[in-house]
Design a binder for this molecule. Structure first.
Ligand code: ARG
Length: 603
């Protein structure tokens, strides 16, 4: 299960021939350049072709191996005078291919490639016929665990968890599209000493706890806070709470049952959020891994990783000035011991090749240390670019208008369901305002308001590089201009309406018509469409959803340019242009799908 990553092309793609992804231009060009490189310097094996899309006016793609190769062969006997000559030779040795229209060498040996517009057109048409799934990237891994969302029982599910939910869901979707089996894991914080004080507090508040209903309990979070206060100020209560922990962990029924009830109440709240967002995730909370901790620690101890330190058991890790505590001085396990057990389980029981954790950047150090400990234990190969591997996907803060951590005006915390409700109701008002002449059925209006409102919240989050903080602003994210979900959803609906109004049967045209990309704006749109696959691949490899958002926004801009310069309906090129509209709408819908956004067809 140890697969080598082609690190230089920054990709997790396999190159197996039968599996080769027909949509990926970069990969296909890399294949051509691979043989060109072999022919140019037969004595330098294993030279990875460095091919990238470029914005240079000389071409669509560029191969920049010449300089690197030159520094390798300079001094040895060779026929070249310098990098440009190496570039020239690479170009001469490039095999004939219908995908390439012309090549040139620029500067210090860059080989520029202009793709054939007929080949681009043919590739688009093939996608329309065979479906966009034929453009799915092929990654070198079979199974991934994505650990995301992961709120804590009885505590607030806050905007940080919203970010984790949205980013994690998108990463899972992108990997799933790329033929990876994804185990979506909700690592719910459902275990720990805090349950002692909470249960003891609730028993006091509700002497007949067994008969108490969920609505009577109401706000668990408030009880959690109150119990914490009691714990900190009342030594008698503190003692009771500590005993409760022992009774709970010892499996005493009344305590176990109360714990299960508390979890259920929180779970219902979480599920409302997941339902709004259309997120599917399987809960395997901290308690699930509890039984595995002793064995895992035994293994780590036998490998001499675990040491005593001030009454606790810890793992020292080079480069960190604090150790990773794995058994607290009171003998209890903690967040780190649970994560080590979870990691062990995911590697050995779930056989995941890639384990991905989506949390705020504040937890970076925790994961660094856990991964390093696992590496020392030999759970991961020593080299970085091999599988299995673990990655932490960190993200920044959500800020309010005041530049501080996001909070609603009156309450201390933001309830996520309320936030999503507000997004929906605002978008509903806007839909009614804007589409005065649109006939909405009640159901259509509801569904569209949800698609636009929730989509806006998701997109506003995903479009930023995840590491940067961003400001939460309803007016901005619900604006129908600029880089927003609303603008993009409208753009898609408009394309669908162009096709509808043409009165033509596009399904039929896919087989009978031909795409021609003679106008520069047609060609630019066609090329951009064709780059979808490599963008998804890049998003997966670097775990960055924002590259997909950027792609989608550029796609919509490319389409606008095309549509304002090329008449579609009623022109001589109508068939070809309708097919381009259809291809654009198809790729947009796939982007929406990967971003967890529901497309709308009517505005
Ligand atoms: N429950 C944690 C929190 O709210 C996140 C858990 C992330 N996953 C993990 N395996 N540690 O911050």
């Amino acid at each position: 299960r140890r697969l080598i990553l082609a690190s230089k092309v920054q990709s997790v793609s396999t190159m197996a021939k039968e599996e080769q992804n027909v949509g990926n231009v970069k990969q296909q060009l890399a294949k051509l350049f691979e043989s060109a490189l072999n022919a140019t310097v037969p004595n330098e094996p294993d030279v990875e072709p460095l091919v990238a899309a470029c914005t240079a006016k000389f071409g669509d793609y560029q191969c920049n191996n010449a300089m690197g190769l030159w520094s390798k062969i300079k001094g040895k006997q060779n026929e070249f005078k310098g990098p440009p000559a190496v570039g020239q030779a690479i170009m001469r040795n490039l095999p004939q291919s219908e995908m390439v229209e012309s090549c040139s060498v620029a500067g210090p040996g860059f080989v520029n490639v202009v793709l054939s517009k007929n080949w681009i057109a043919k590739s688009l048409q093939k996608m329309l016929i065979d479906g966009i799934d034929t453009w799915a990237p092929r990654l070198a891994i079979k199974r991934a665990v994505v650990d995301f969302s992961s709120p804590n029982i009885a505590k607030e599910m806050h905007v940080g968890h919203l970010r984790s939910t949205i980013i994690g869901d998108t990463l899972a979707r992108m990997l799933e599209f790329s033929h990876v089996e994804v185990l979506r894991r909700n690592h719910v914080g459902d275990w720990g000493t805090q349950f002692g004080m909470l249960i003891e507090f609730l028993f006091e508040k509700f002497p007949n706890w067994e008969d108490v209903t969920e609505t009577a309990v109401g706000d668990l979070q408030a009880f959690y806070k109150a119990s914490k206060q009691r714990f900190d100020s009342d030594p008698e209560f503190k003692e009771k709470a500590q005993k409760a922990v022992v009774r709970l962990q010892g499996g005493e029924e009344r305590y176990r049952k109360a714990w299960a009830q508390i979890c259920e109440i929180s779970r219902n709240e979480f599920n409302r959020v997941y339902q709004c967002l259309g997120v599917h995730i399987e809960e395997k909370g901290e308690s699930f891994y509890n039984p595995y901790i002793p064995e895992v620690l035994k293994e780590l101890t036998s490998k001499n990783l675990v040491e005593d330190s001030q009454g606790a058991r810890v793992i020292f890790i080079e480069g960190f000035n604090i150790p990773l505590i794995v058994v607290k001085s009171d003998g209890g396990f903690n967040y780190a011991s649970t994560d080590l057990a979870a990691l062990w389980y995911r590697l050995n029981e779930e056989k995941a090749d890639w384990i991905i954790y989506v949390t705020d950047v504040g937890q970076q150090q925790h994961f660094d240390m856990v991964f390093r400990a696992a590496k020392r234990a030999g759970w991961f190969p020593a080299e970085d670019n091999t599988y299995p591997k673990a990655s932490h996907v960190g993200f920044g803060l959500v800020l309010g208008e005041d530049g501080k951590r996001f909070r609603t005006r009156n309450t201390e915390v933001v309830r996520l369901v309320d936030l999503l409700d507000e997004a929906k109701s605002r978008s509903k008002t806007a839909l009614i305002d804007r589409g005065k002449d649109v006939e909405w059925s009640e159901e259509e209006l509801e569904q569209t308001a949800e698609a636009v409102g929730y989509g806006a919240v998701k997109y506003a989050d995903l479009k930023n590089n995840r590491l940067t903080n961003y400001t939460f602003n309803f007016d901005q994210m619900l604006n129908d201009k600029g880089n927003t979900a609303v603008y993009l959803l409208y753009a898609h609906a408009r394309i669908c309406s162009i096709i509808r109004k043409s009165g033509k049967d596009v399904e039929e045209l896919k087989n009978t018509g031909t795409i021609v990309l003679d106008h520069a704006d047609e060609r630019a749109l066609g090329l951009h469409l064709l780059q979808f696959s490599e963008i998804v691949e890049e998003g997966c490899t670097n775990l960055l959803p924002n590259v997909l958002c950027e792609y989608l926004y550029n796609l919509s801009e490319n389409f606008t340019r095309f549509y304002s310069n090329c008449q579609v309906v009623g022109s001589a090129e109508e068939t070809s242009r309708l097919l381009l509209c259809e291809a654009t709408a198809t790729v947009m819908r796939k982007c929406f799908h990967l971003l967890g956004i529901v497309p709308v067809y009517k505005i």
